[in-house]
Design a protein around this ligand. Structure first.
Ligand code: FER
Length: 398
């Protein structure tokens, strides 16, 4: 080959990466987090001029947080120690249990991400770093060498809300190659969340792939809606642009989303090969999504045979009126007249909604309505919602 071509090819080889990525010179400053063989973890931050560096995360002993909903256990905080070279360090005193954990640094009081860890998952308006300790149930949250389902974002027409709206949909491995009909789980997020919540922090596609591969879960479609009736889609994904995510959206928990829910089922049943019987449909959600699941399933008693209330809000707030919330007793009577195949209530023993759930269970008990109750430690946190999904899916469509 002519010399100039050799030089040209060498140049292309050298310059290629320039076009492949913008952050060419973004060097990795330190290793953080470093997960050791014994499952202790070291966090590091290169900040020679900082006077105080702390880490806050859900792997640390919980601390009391005061919120508008009351006091609850929030992520703990601990200080890092400055080493000679200006790198701050903290190593957990004991090995961590298998889990998907989140954390952030505080540098002189300013909350920042760990620049050495690119893994961040948005939770409403925060984007904490995440890391995984493998093993036990947490292996269901990992991508393993098993057949994978497909995840897509679809826009569906909602005539009742007068807009096109976005949802996330998981179809199980084999869906594209088969001509079978599949049962459908409708899986709803909490306040401030959107159609990205369950697929991101909720690890839905990993959990479903793994449960289906082990034979514990039936192959099913999972539909993750956006439960904020004022939104077309998640912040940044709608025609409103890069709006700031907020928990205080209009048209939430006022009956609007519940009223429009049949639009979702219509779309899914039109566009996918679904089992269109009540026996082939489940609805579950966390917190506000549990509230939606409760009220949708009793409003449309012929739609869902499986209902999951994960740390659910139960009763409408004072002053909220909607036909959806009227005649609750009569609607429950109708729903439980043909007992659901599964009515599952799960909550953490430190959840601020624990008392509401107890009151609701008393109401169900008094009327002899059958349900299954599952209680875990801890409060209103994603760890519990992932656990609930791994427990709920194996009980569906059996
Ligand atoms: C309430 C209880 C729970 C409420 C909202 C929630 C607006 C939802 C919390 C969540 O989805 O995390 O009284 O009122």
């Amino acid at each position: 080959m002519e010399k100039r071509y050799v030089v040209l090819i060498a140049l292309i080889g050298l310059l290629g990466p320039l076009f492949a990525q913008q952050a060419l010179w973004g060097e990795k400053p330190v290793v953080s987090p470093e997960i050791h063989k014994d499952k202790t973890v070291t966090f590091r931050l290169n900040a020679p001029n900082a006077s105080r560096v702390e880490i806050t995360g859900d792997f640390l002993p919980a601390q009391k947080i005061v919120s508008p909903f009351g006091e609850f256990d929030g992520p703990g905080i601990v200080e890092l120690k400055k080493t000679e070279n200006g790198i701050w360090e903290y190593t957990t005193p004991a090995s961590l249990a298998p889990e998907l954990y989140s954390y952030s640094f505080l540098v002189d009081g300013l909350k920042i991400n760990d620049p050495a860890n690119v893994y961040r998952i948005r939770d409403v308006a925060t984007t904490p770093n995440v890391f995984m300790i493998d093993g036990e149930r947490a292996d269901l949250y990992k991508v393993n060498s098993v057949p994978h389902g497909s995840v897509s974002r679809r826009w569906y027409p909602s005539p009742k809300l007068g807009m096109d709206r976005r949802l996330t949909i998981y179809t199980p491995p084999g869906y594209e190659e088969s001509d079978a009909d599949y049962p459908v789980l409708y899986l709803l997020h909490g306040m401030g969340g959107d159609e990205e919540a369950w697929i991101a922090l909720g690890r839905t596609s990993q959990i479903l792939d793994n449960l289906i591969a082990s034979g514990k879960g039936r192959p099913m479609i999972v539909v993750m809606t956006n439960g904020n009736a004022a939104q077309e889609a998640a912040p940044g994904e709608s025609s409103s642009g890069f709006t700031y995510p907020t928990m205080q959206l209009p048209l939430t928990m006022d009956g609007t989303f519940e009223t429009a829910f049949p639009d979702v089922v219509d779309f899914v049943d039109r566009q996918y090969r679904t089992d269109k019987s009540k026996q082939g449909r489940a609805i579950a959600g966390l917190s506000m999504g549990g509230y939606h699941s409760l009220h949708i399933s009793k409003q449309y008693p012929d739609l869902f045979d499986y209902v999951g209330l994960f740390s659910a809000a139960i009763f409408p707030n004072d002053g909220v009126t909607s036909p959806i919330y009227e005649d609750m007793d009569k609607k429950l009577e109708k729903q439980f007249a043909q007992a659901p195949a599964l009515y599952w209530i799960a909550i953490g023993d430190k959840d601020f909604l624990y008392k509401q759930n107890q009151d609701y269970r008393n109401l169900l008990n008094k009327n002899g309505y059958g349900y299954v109750y599952y209680e875990t430690p801890d409060g209103h946190i994603w760890k519990n919602w992932r656990i609930y999904l791994t427990e709920f899916v194996p009980m569906l469509f059996k």
